[in-house]
Design a binder for this molecule. Sequence first.
Ligand SMILES: *[C@@H]1O[C@H](CO)[C@@H](O)[C@H](O)[C@H]1NC(C)=O
Ligand SMILES: *[C@@H]1O[C@H](CO)[C@@H](O)[C@H](O)[C@H]1NC(C)=O
Ligand SMILES: *[C@@H]1O[C@H](CO)[C@@H](O)[C@H](O)[C@H]1NC(C)=O
Ligand SMILES: *[C@@H]1O[C@H](CO)[C@@H](O)[C@H](O)[C@H]1NC(C)=O
Ligand SMILES: *[C@@H]1O[C@H](CO)[C@@H](O)[C@H](O)[C@H]1NC(C)=O
Ligand SMILES: *[C@@H]1O[C@H](CO)[C@@H](O)[C@H](O)[C@H]1NC(C)=O
Ligand SMILES: *[C@@H]1O[C@H](CO)[C@@H](O)[C@H](O)[C@H]1NC(C)=O
Ligand SMILES: *[C@@H]1O[C@H](CO)[C@@H](O)[C@H](O)[C@H]1NC(C)=O
Length: 774
Amino acid sequence: MSASYDNLNTQNQASYSNNRYDEAGFVTPAGRKKRTSNWIKFGIPLLILVIVAAVVGGVLGSRSKKSSSSSAAASGGSSPEQSAAAASSAVSAKLAIGRFATATNSEFMQPIYPSTTDSAVFGAPTFVKSTDSKTSWPADSFKPSSPDVLTVRPDRPRLIAPAYKWAALPTLIANDPYLQGWNATIFGNATQYKAAAPVVYFMDGDSGILDNAREIKMRIKAFAYVYRMTNDSSWVDRAWEEIQNAAGNGSVVFGPDEDRWNSAHFLDTAELSAAYGIAYDWLYDMWSPDQKSQMISTLLKYGLQPGVTQVTTSTGWWRTNITGNWNCVCNSGLTMASLAILGDDTSGVAEQLLQTTVDNARDNCAQAVSTDGSWAETANYWYFGTTGHAEMAASLLSATGSHYGLMDNNANFFKTGDFHMYIQGATSLFNYGDHGPNKFSTTANSMMFYADFYNQPQYALYQRDQYDAGEPWSMFWYDPTIAGAFWDGKPLDHFFDNFVDQWASMRSSWTDRNALYVAMKAGMNQYHQTHNDLDVGDFVLDALGTRWAGELGSADYRSPNYFTNADQNGDRWKYYRKMTEGQNTILVNQSNQNLLAAPTVKFDTSNTTQGPTTVLEVDQDSTAWFTTDMTSAYFDATSVKRGVRLLNGRKQVLVQDEVTAAGSVMWRMHTNATIATDGTSATLTLDGQTMKVQILNAPDGATFTQSAAKRFDTDPAPAAPDQDNPGVSVLIISLPAGTYNLQVLFNPQWPGDVSYVTPPSVALDQWTLRSHDS
Ligand SMILES: *[C@@H]1O[C@H](CO)[C@@H](O)[C@H](O)[C@H]1NC(C)=O
Ligand SMILES: *[C@@H]1O[C@H](CO)[C@@H](O)[C@H](O)[C@H]1NC(C)=O
Ligand SMILES: *[C@@H]1O[C@H](CO)[C@@H](O)[C@H](O)[C@H]1NC(C)=O
Ligand SMILES: *[C@@H]1O[C@H](CO)[C@@H](O)[C@H](O)[C@H]1NC(C)=O
Ligand SMILES: *[C@@H]1O[C@H](CO)[C@@H](O)[C@H](O)[C@H]1NC(C)=O
Ligand SMILES: *[C@@H]1O[C@H](CO)[C@@H](O)[C@H](O)[C@H]1NC(C)=O
Ligand SMILES: *[C@@H]1O[C@H](CO)[C@@H](O)[C@H](O)[C@H]1NC(C)=O
Ligand SMILES: *[C@@H]1O[C@H](CO)[C@@H](O)[C@H](O)[C@H]1NC(C)=O
């Protein structure tokens, strides 16, 4: 059933036309007719089949030879001649095929993969390492035997992209369709930034000037990249204009003279410091001595001296046990800037900072990944945290030859690529908690760095088709010897069982944008760096190319006491989007969940994996389930258990709740769909698709109702008004105190002749993989 419904969803087709690959000239834009990618158009002619089969065969051969060693793939396996031959056929095949994704969905920004059952075109993820300069990065000749954070490489640039990488890049671009596309994207973006005025200072309440800082960093990266690829000094001039502007030396005011980079919200300072570091280092040979000393004086005054205050006084709160994005971003910005000016800085500040930022990031930032790979803040904060972490580790590696434990002090860090892949649904993230500020220079391209470092090629294969892949870091983190399909052999389900996170991810396909996806969390209502909601039992549900059960996201960060979350009665817990009633879970006595909840979870999966093709027909008995005893999350209940499972070969979903409560019981789910209720049934319509929802074995009085997504009149008043949630409705089952078994069945109305099952009633404690077979 999870075949691609390419011929349906016609209302979406038109909007795919202006896809982001246009500028690279790979995919013809407008209209459905020409949307087909080259290799589909060719109908997989024999030539390509042969080439790819050879590559895949070589790859599989070299893998199986050493399949017990996890580094087998990276070491390249077979003989040098075989490797060279494989690599050269890989280039031909790569260029003939182009990118795997043919376009990006305009609503959810997801890659659209062609629908094909041809198993010859995709293989298992691997690196086909070779020494062919057309396809492989050369080795770095800077390899200090005992790296020291104060001993930097002799040549420039130092940060992330040393000169030997720039020298190799044009040839690699010519031989790789992804690098070609990203290069073109960066040029296009840089051209837009160049035409715009320098970033205008805007103090955005508690969020400070973070958007400004990140936008400046994004622009500097692009300007410096295009200069180095063209030698056109107008890009240096434009970078200097941005540098001057951020120093307050431009034509308009940029913040107060005494603290232009807003050191009270140190993320802003750190990102601007990173921007200065990149500009200084990547354009080093272009700056006059005066320009260099001006940049150093401004960087010291507004970035690094305030940094010293942060690391030597209690103002640097983010240094102590903050295992989250703040620690990563702040340490990374200070480190990149310090590495950039080390040796030219006569104040000693750069040296002083490097002697503390690296250890601090190792002990905090690198611990932000839980034992199960989850980024404990939220799915969205993963982007900020891993961007900071990867930039810092990559800068240290290129500049000094070591990561000083940032990459391996936490032995589970490598799993965070899986966290990112599994928390991405068929449409969007399982985006519980806060969504964070605008991303600008923040992307998921750390996936490419981690793929290479941890020998997890599927991370890079996944990220390379994403909309945010085209920016300067990916040009240097991507290893073009990578081959295969990320989905080949990838399990459809994964359970994250660390007590802080406890969540489940289940889907019917990795490559079908219409796939079923359901994710549910239990976990702690604390320990997420102030970004969580009171949301044990919360879930999202995708099917038919849209999101049926979704999240409200952040409220306004500038609202009073938005981050006051340490007490049950903290002001954060009075904002609708953060309260339990604003989540897709059970509400008891119209009250918030207990901040101190400590749920338990169980789960199982049929271990279904996707094969090499983009069309997956799962077996009828392919399933997964997740249950949680979340009694501890409630004050007025003696037992609250919730479970979710896939039914009927992953075509249907059952959400079941077993509740005994002394207060009222309410089942709530937020949706952008239009809801029509009819007793124990509800019909949801959205994006031209239909979802039928039904209460099975309905207890007396259990019917569906709906309401707007807003607080009850009886709720305690928040410190500032809630934001509206336009277009969002709540599907509700509302019952008085009592004992209930609520079984809610979701039947996405799949096209074609699909038969739906009505599952038996099975107590949550009795659930097994086979408990719901008919
Ligand atoms: C990078 O993209 C620009 C703009 O499309 C293009 O002019 C340039 O040739 C590309 N660089 C390489 C090495 O292909
Ligand atoms: C960069 O260019 C791409 C492709 O044209 C576009 O989709 C994207 O929005 C641009 N990014 C920015 C930040 O302008
Ligand atoms: C830019 O200048 C450098 C140094 O002179 C040279 O090696 C490089 O080939 C030039 N690049 C371009 C695109 O002209
Ligand atoms: C900005 O102007 C100040 C004051 O003249 C000067 O000290 C500083 O070096 C300048 N910085 C830059 C980047 O131009
Ligand atoms: C930081 O965490 C460690 C280990 O959990 C703990 O011993 C220490 O007291 C904490 N420090 C602060 C300042 O909270
Ligand atoms: C409604 O759609 C918006 C835009 O796609 C999305 O951000 C939001 O999470 C959705 N809300 C729900 C409740 O699904
Ligand atoms: C799924 O894989 C796990 C871990 O390898 C194993 O313990 C379990 O028995 C497997 N389940 C099935 C149904 O194959
Ligand atoms: C429900 O909550 C109210 C306060 O909001 C409390 O007074 C009442 O005792 C609670 N009901 C039960 C049954 O615990």
